[in-house]
Design a binder for this molecule. Sequence first.
Ligand SMILES: [Zn+2]
Length: 418
Amino acid sequence: MNISIIGRLTGPKGDIAYQILFRIAPQFPLVKFRVIGGPVSPRFKKLSTKNIVFYGFIDDVASVIKGSDLVIGAGRVAVEALQLNTPILAIGEKQYVGILNKSNITQAQVSNFGDCALDEFHDFNQISHDLKKFIEHNDKQDDLSAIVKQYSPESILPKINQVYSHALADVVFTGHKEVAVLIYHRVVDVAPTNSKFNVYITKKKLDWQLGNLKKRGFDFVTFKDLAIGVKIKKPIILTFDDGYEDNYFNLLPLLKKHQAKAVIYCLGDRSIKSNIWDEKLGEIHANLMSDIQIKACHDSGLVEIASHGLKHQHLDKLNKKEARQEFKLSKLNLEQLIGDNVISIAYPYGAYGKREENMAYEAGYNFAIGTVNGPLHISDNYYAIRRIQIFPSSGKINFWKKTSGFYLRLCKLKSKDF
Ligand SMILES: [Zn+2]
């Protein structure tokens, strides 16, 4: 069996290669460890034995990869090995991922196959254990061909941006077990008596809630802040779906008053002027923001304008082509409108599955947001971010509970929705 270690032999990468060759290779005398890269310093030369061979820098790395049963590497090496359908043990300067398979490939991509993440201790016992398992079982590699397609040149640039934004967001979320992402819709002057879905909060109540969060020391952040690594001590994210006109008239002044921030999810189909999707089902009529109002919210510096798809549809019910359009065109239309990037999307009705998560990633979003489903830790999956609903009837104690930092864990215990 041939195992190839490919990469620089200096700096942290060199140390990793050295540890693998010094501590792990002797345990597998029948496996040939081929080391591609350099420079081969004296401390490496001393390791040369029958089963450790140094090839230095060579031109045709592809043929080495093809002739390997396993490649050990990170970054570009891992991508090349993926393209040649050769099994990979992904280990980079920052993170040990393991043998790539369907269940860890997304995590691996986020850290650029180990090169970009928070520093982690490399557990060489674990690496040795994983290698042993691989060598003994010689398992067939999972089919990762769908992933390979993502590495066409035109798709690389947004991916790099996504990778870095996720690494920066990780920094914020580390140390916070639970970060509340609150979901609101309309902000009204007076509570309507005939609302069917009760998707509103009164201005007065929201005023109190913003003041309360401020008093408790929360930092209001948007996904855009997370993507650029803004330093935050106690994050909270306020989101408003659909882009109602009353967000411009009632929410924006409150944000200014409290110097708070929010994310507003607007429709990319700019011909839709009101909540027709809900009206059909008996909800009272409500206007959506005009282009000028959306732009004014964006220009205030307090609002992240983000996508809610094109036409407020169940994206998981659409065919592939239509669904893709919803992700791509809504992003493009809103970006043209505000003259800025749109980096997050809220799935209408919180309806999504793995297909939609991938589409959001493919369309270049950094974050995708559901409703009351998704993992407890936001950083577990940036394309399945869960939120907590604030209802018109939510009182002060209920609001405190929902923003307490242990509400989601409590719901999980009771297997209740957030
Ligand atoms: Zn909606």
